[in-house]
Design a protein around this ligand. Structure first.
Ligand SMILES: Nc1ncnc2c1ncn2[C@@H]1O[C@H](COP(=O)(O)OP(=O)(O)OP(=O)(O)O)[C@@H](O)[C@H]1O
Length: 295
């Protein structure tokens, strides 16, 4: 594999925040890469630096030191012009845990998508409307739902809108920051299935940020495990989760309850449609804490 095959190259990345006269080192010299055609998971407990890394990947947080290259573009240099920002938008798009925060609550789904398409050069009205229909079909939003505003949609439907909006830009990479964490388990499964379907259709790559090892296990090929801003372990997801060499990864994995209590059939349904990259049942790996809440 050559450097050209790498969508993401992060080297010695460091981020220090200054708060109340004190330095907070959110990321201590992280290095990792993501190859084209592979999904990357970033896991770790709350405060381990996952979202800070995501923001530096997007170029919206300035690195204190180190390099971040996405498709060859140096993301540590601010995008100053509108053209540079549009080019960057085609590299990475983000889907957050709470789409309410990123969607305009007064804008219908169709008008939100129309605006994004217009900004990104789809100027002919007929082409825009055709693309809106295509995007909504892709993410499973009906013609009626297209004319609704976010407040009249369910959490899962809002997340579909957020995914459609990201896809409207045709990005190389979608960064999903805890994108299914707030959803009920059956809806989580639907969104995970959707993400896998979308990937088959569009070839988009995912960076999946999550505290949930089952979600990461199902959707990613490689994983980075973070603790207190440091990468403690990284490698092929199935190997890292199946046979962790780091004590913290083992604790993370083992802290999730055993399989006995899980909702019958839910995980299998996800695995069947998404296609398990890590077989949790046979490896006896963790099941997400989110599943536990549905007991
Ligand atoms: N803008 C900021 N100013 C000061 N400190 C910050 C800022 N953003 C993050 N931090 C600190 O950096 C550390 C890493 O935070 P970060 O949000 O990246 O962690 P995380 O792993 O994504 O956590 P979570 O899963 O809870 O979102 C934390 O100690 C956090 O308080």
């Amino acid at each position: 594999m050559t450097e050209n095959d790498m969508l993401i190259e992060v080297r010695d990345l460091r981020k220090v925040f200054r708060r109340g006269g004190r330095d907070i080192v959110a990321v201590h010299g992280a290095s990792f890469s993501m190859a084209s055609g592979r999904n990357l998971g970033i896991v770790g407990e709350s405060g381990s630096g996952k979202s800070t890394i995501a923001r530096m990947l997007m170029g919206v947080e300035k690195a204190t030191a180190g390099t971040v290259s996405v498709c060859g573009e140096d993301m540590t240099i601010p995008a100053r012009s509108a053209a540079a920002r549009r080019r960057r938008a085609k590299l990475t798009q983000m889907v957050y845990q709470d789409p309410f925060g990123s969607l305009d609550s007064r804008q219908t789904v169709a008008s939100c998508l129309r605006e994004v398409l217009r900004i990104h050069g789809v100027t002919a009205a007929a082409a825009r409307e055709a693309r809106i229909a295509e995007l909504c079909d892709l993410v499973g939003l009906s013609a009626v739902q297209r004319e609704r505003t976010p407040r009249d949609l369910s959490g899962g439907q809002r997340q579909r809108v957020a995914i459609a909006r990201a896809l409207a830009v045709q990005p190389e990479i979608i960064v999903l920051d805890e994108a299914v964490a707030a959803l009920d388990i059956s809806i989580q499964a639907q969104i995970l299935n959707l993400l896998a379907d979308v990937q088959r259709e569009t070839g988009t790559n995912y960076v999946l940020i999550s505290h949930d090892l089952a979600v990461v296990g199902h959707l990613t090929d490689d994983v980075v495990v973070m603790r207190h801003g440091r990468i403690v372990e990284q490698g092929v997801t199935a190997e890292v989760l199946g046979n962790p060499t780091d004590e913290y990864t083992r604790i993370l994995r083992d802290s999730v309850p055993s399989l006995d209590w899980r909702q019958p059939g839910v995980l299998e349904a996800v695995a069947e449609r998404v296609g398990p990259r890590t077989n949790f049942a046979t490896r006896n790996i963790s099941v997400p804490s989110t599943l536990e809440r549905t007991r």
